[in-house]
Structures are given as structure tokens and as C-alpha cells.
Design a protein around this ligand. Structure first.
Ligand code: FAD
Ligand code: SF4
Length: 508
């Protein structure tokens, strides 16, 4: 039967709550899902990330069919597959002759632009509905941002608390404060109980995808063996249950901590599931709030967790749509150095980088502080071209979609937007890494040495970064004390730092 509407569902729209599905009728409308090589090749995507997306899509196809939907599903290895969204949508229109194409707004600028060309190219009406999985619509964020001098996340977050009622008593925040971050900066010890997020054994559908990815994307980065992510709603729910009961209570205390051999600590590892639609962000927050209300998790943990989701996650999406397409080319610090090879191999003597990159290649996961204060901090201090840094983050993490990765990388981590997202660069010397992790104790460099053969490279790089960027960030009020310290140093000491950093950079 000729469908009335052809609903195109993308790989990060795997929820029965998608606006296009909710507005449709399985008796008259048809779903199209396609695996395309062009998307898998936009950057060097980690093999486990490719498995995650394709396997979750195939399971969602089965869920839709079980719910009575007609689904046209084109696998990557289908001989007729053209390899692009445009090509596959055109073929489906030819095959099924629908009256109309219906989309839920794509999450990424590139895909939205593609959708915008279809009406003319295929001579068919196209309707795009807002993605209601986000708490703050794109227009709503633009209205919030309009006329503000600074777009600080903290104020946006308070609006979202009021809007959702999460941790609110009428119009007052639970516990009398909006933010309990000051209590969330403890280093972790190896004697703590460490939760382990469930690893899900691949079923036959996932095993088929693992074989396909191994054969087709052999040259892509990352280990394929050991894939254990959830790819169905039911398994993602199990991961959420595990996090709420085992890790959430200590999430706040150890949010910024890093430990050798402990890739997850008390982090949730829920971002891939939330980002593709297997878990609903507001439901996840309500589960955390419930744990607090039942006395199973403290306020500093629950507030911190909820802030990441209704604060940071919504905020970076707002910034992405406000600033694209120019945002991707931002390079306020004019950083030009190529990304060092060890970002792909983990072959470096710096123990912190080796740990963060090694686990990234092994698991397609690193937690926020590893991304921000180890790999991100190093790239910032060494002056790596932010576009190359962005493409690395977009490729290597299982949760990476451009709308969330780009503002985090370019804005928060690399200060490439000149301070739109962060009030100062997240730049740190070895002192911070030594305080928040145990990496330095197993490193061939010494965190407390400033210069010399065994001095930690982060130390000289830190001052080199501040010195070479003085024209661009020297007037930042939050860096005033740091620049005063630099200025008070003996000229020989400053020269030693700068020479050591130059030598190190030349060796990269
Ligand atoms: P948890 O620490 O358990 O946090 C809970 C949830 O809060 C996460 O699942 C996530 O949904 C949300 N969250 C936390 N921090 C952020 C944030 N800064 N921005 C948006 N959401 C947040 N997150 C992605 O989802 N995809 C990315 O591609 C991505 N790239 C990043 C790149 C850099 C350079 C940095 C510094 C951060 C990036 N983040 C990204 C944000 C954050 O690091 C990840 O969301 C988090 O590490 C995911 O692990 P988790 O689920 O264990 O998070
Ligand atoms: Fe990293 Fe320096 Fe510590 Fe080594 S000494 S782990 S390079 S911060």
C-alpha cells in the first residue's frame, strides 16, 4: 500500500516518543531507517561507536515492527545501498511513492541542511517536527540568550530547574542552594568500593553488526573486542537501575577524581543511551530525584548529576544551534599544531595521557574530567588545532554527536570560542592532575619538577600557554593572579620554562 507519510528516523532518534512517530498512524504511515557509509566516514569513528549505533538501530527496527509499524530498513551491506542519506531517501520515495516525508528535527546541522534540500530535489512535501526530547526548544534557548551579555550555564540551569520542578520547593532550590559543586571535588582512594557498570553480552543481531563493522571499518580507530554497551531500551534501563543504586550516592564526591585502572569511578556511563533515545533525559533525572527523596543518595550527588543533564546538556545544545555553522571554525587562540599521533596510539611516556587515551581506544569511553583536564588540557596547552581536536573527540567516544561534542570541545575545553562557554580556559599544570588522580605516582615524569629532564611537561607548557596567549586572554579577570605570579618570577626562571616548553613542543 502507498503510504501517506514516510517517516525518516535517524540513528539518534531511537525512541517511540519521537515527535514524528507520535503524530503518525501505523495503519497509514511507513518508517524508513538507513545505515549509510557516508555517516560512518565523517571522521575516524571508533569501531565500538559504529557497532553501538548500527546495533541499536537494528533493535529499534525490531521494536517498531513488533509495535505494528511497517519499517523499510536498509543495512549498510545491502548491495543497492547508495551510501548517503540523500541517495537512500530518494530511492525510498521512488519505491514507496509516499505523499509526504516527515522528520523529527535532526540533531546535527549537517543533516538538517540535507533535509532542507529534499523538498526541491525530490519534488515532495517535507514536514519537520521539533525534537521534544529536549527540555529547552531551539527558539526558547535563542530567546533566553537574546540581549544577554554573558551566556553563563548557571543561570540557564536555574531556569531549567524552575521549568521542570526538579529539586525545587515552590520557587526555592532544595537545600537552599542551587549548586553543591564545592562539595564535589574529592580525590578518590583505591580502597573505595568501585561500582562496575553492567556490560551487556551481544545477542545475534549485535554479533552480526560486530562482524560487519570488523570487515568494513577495519582501519577505523579503537578496539572492537569486548563490546558491552546496551543496545536496547530494556538493557539501557538495567544500566540506569545499576547506576542509581550503586554509583549515584558517591557521584558527587568523586565527580572530578581519576584513578589508574578505574575508567568509570562513580560516573553513570548513560550518555550514549540518552543521546540516541534509549533513555529519556527527564526520566533519568526523575529517577535520581526519587533516590534523593527516599534517602538513598545525598543532595550533592543528585543535584550535581541533574545539573549535568538539564543544565550542561541542554545548554550546549542551545549554544550549538545558536552559533552553527560558523562555530566549527572558531579558533580564538589561533592554535595550529597538528594533533600528535599518540592521541590514536596511546604511545606516550606521560602516564595520565596514556591512561586516558588507552582506555578511550579500549572502551570508547572516558569520563568528563579525563576528557577536559587530561586530553583536552594537553591539547589546549600544546596549541593543537581545535578542529583536529574536535574531530578526534567526535570520532573516539561512543556518545559523540556533534551537537554535544563540539561546544564541549571547542568551547569548554579549547577556549576556541573566546569565552562564550567558559569564563576562563580550563588550563592546568601537573599540580591539578597530581591532586585529583594517582597517575603521577606511576609516571616517568615528576609532577613537582618545573624544568629538567624528568620535569612534567604540563608544567612548562602551562606557562608557555599563558605567555604566548597574553594578548588574547591576559585581560581575563579570573587569570589576573596567575599572570601576577608569572610576572613576579625571576626572568631566568621564566626563560627556563619557555625554553623547556619549546623543546618539548619541537619533539611532538
Ligand atoms: P556522567 O558524568 O555520569 O554525567 C551524567 C550525564 O550528564 C551524562 O550521561 C551526560 O548526558 C550529561 N553530561 C555531563 N556532562 C555534560 C556536558 N559537559 N555536556 C553535555 N552533557 C553532559 N558528552 C556527550 O554526550 N557526547 C560527547 O561527544 C561529549 N564530548 C565531550 C568532549 C569534551 C572535550 C568534553 C570536556 C566533554 C564532552 N562531553 C560529551 C560531556 C561529558 O564528558 C560526557 O557527557 C560524559 O563524560 C559522559 O559520561 P557519563 O554518562 O558517565 O557522564
Ligand atoms: Fe601526567 Fe605529568 Fe603526572 Fe606524568 S607527572 S602523570 S605527565 S601530570
Amino acid at each position: 500500500m502507498k503510504p501517506r507519510n514516510l517517516l525518516v528516523i535517524f540513528g539518534d532518534q531511537l525512541s517511540m516518543d519521537m515527535a514524528s512517530l507520535k503524530a503518525a498512524d501505523p495503519a497509514q504511515d511507513h518508517v524508513l531507517m538507513v545505515e549509510v557509509a557516508a555517516e560512518a566516514e565523517t571522521v575516524n569513528h571508533h569501531k565500538q561507536k559504529l557497532v553501538f549505533f548500527f546495533a541499536a538501530m537494528r533493535h529499534f527496527r525490531d521494536e517498531l515492527r513488533a509495535a505494528g509499524w511497517s519499517v523499510d530498513y536498509v543495512t549498510l551491506d545491502a548491495p543497492e545501498n547508495t551510501g548517503t542519506f540523500e541517495g537512500e531517501i530518494a530511492r525510498a520515495v521512488e519505491r514507496l511513492s509516499p505523499d509526504r516525508l516527515v522528520f523529527t528535527a535532526p540533531s546535527e546541522w549537517r543533516v538538517e541542511r540535507m533535509v532542507g534540500t529534499l523538498e526541491n530535489a525530490l519534488d515532495i512535501p517535507v514536514k519537520t517536527l521539533e525534537d521534544t526530547r529536549f527540555l529547552c526548544g531551539r527558539n526558547e534557548f535563542a530567546a533566553w540568550a537574546e540581549g544577554r551579555r554573558g551566556l553563563r550555564m548557571e543561570y540557564f540551569y536555574r531556569e531549567m530547574r524552575r521549568k521542570t520542578g526538579l529539586l525545587m520547593n515552590d520557587d526555592k532550590p532544595e537545600g537552599g542552594r542551587w549548586n553543591f559543586d564545592a562539595e564535589n571535588r574529592k580525590p578518590a582512594g583505591t580502597d573505595l568500593f568501585m561500582p562496575r557498570p553492567p556490560r551487556i553480552k551481544p545477542d545475534q543481531t549485535t554479533a552480526d553488526v560486530i562482524t560487519m563493522v570488523g570487515e568494513t571499518f577495519d582501519t577505523h580507530c579503537g578496539k572492537l573486542k569486548g563490546f558491552g554497551y546496551a543496545v536496547t531500551r530494556a538493557d539501557a534501563e538495567k544500566c540506569l537501575d545499576y547506576f542509581i543504586s550503586h554509583a549515584l550516592p558517591l557521584f558527587g564526591d568523586y565527580q572530578d577524581a581519576m584513578l589508574t585502572g578505574e575508567p568509570y569511578l562513580y560516573h553513570s556511563v548513560l550518555s550514549p543511551y540518552i543521546n540516541v533515545g534509549l533513555l529519556d533525559p527527564l526520566d533519568v533525572c526523575r529517577r535520581a530525584e526519587e533516590a534523593y527523596k527516599k534517602g538513598r543518595a545525598p543532595l550533592n550527588a543528585v543535584e550535581g548529576f541533574i545539573r549535568q543533564i538539564i543544565g550542561w546538556r541542554e545548554y550546549v545544545r542551545g549554544i550549538y544551534w545558536l552559533k552553527m555553522p560558523d562555530y566549527v571554525d572558531a579558533n580564538h587562540l589561533e592554535a595550529k599544531r597538528p594533533l600528535p599521533d599518540f592521541y590514536w596510539t596511546a604511545e606516550t611516556e606521560m602516564a595520565c595521557l596514556k591512561a586516558a587515551i588507552g582506555q578511550t581506544m579500549e572502551l570508547a569511553y572516558a569520563h568528563h574530567i579525563q576528557r577536559l583536564m587530561i586530553t583536552g588540557n594537553f591539547a589546549l596547552l600544546a596549541g593543537i588545532n581545535p578542529k583536529e581536536v574536535h574531530e578526534w573527540y567526535l570520532g573516539v567516544y561512543v556518545d559523540a554527536l556533534e551537537w554535544v561534542e563540539l561546544p564541549n570541545t571547542l568551547g569548554m575545553s579549547q577556549f576556541a570560542d573566546g569565552g562564550l562557554l567558559g569564563s576562563k580556559p580550563y588550563a592546568a599544570s601537573a599540580n591539578y592532575i597530581n591532586k585529583m588522580s594517582d597517575y603521577c605516582s606511576g609516571c616517568r615524569f615528576r609532577a613537582d619538577r618545573k624544568v629538567g629532564e624528568d620535569a612534567c611537561p604540563f608544567n612548562a607548557l602551562y606557562w608557555h600557554f599563558l605567555d604566548r596567549n597574553r594578548d588574547r586572554i591576559g585581560s581575563n579577570a579570573r587569570l589576573r593572579n596567575t599572570y601576577s605570579t608569572w610576572d613576579r618570577m625571576h626572568a631566568d626562571t621564566r626563560a627556563d620554562y619557555l625554553a623547556a616548553a619549546e623543546r618539548f613542543l619541537a619533539s611532538l
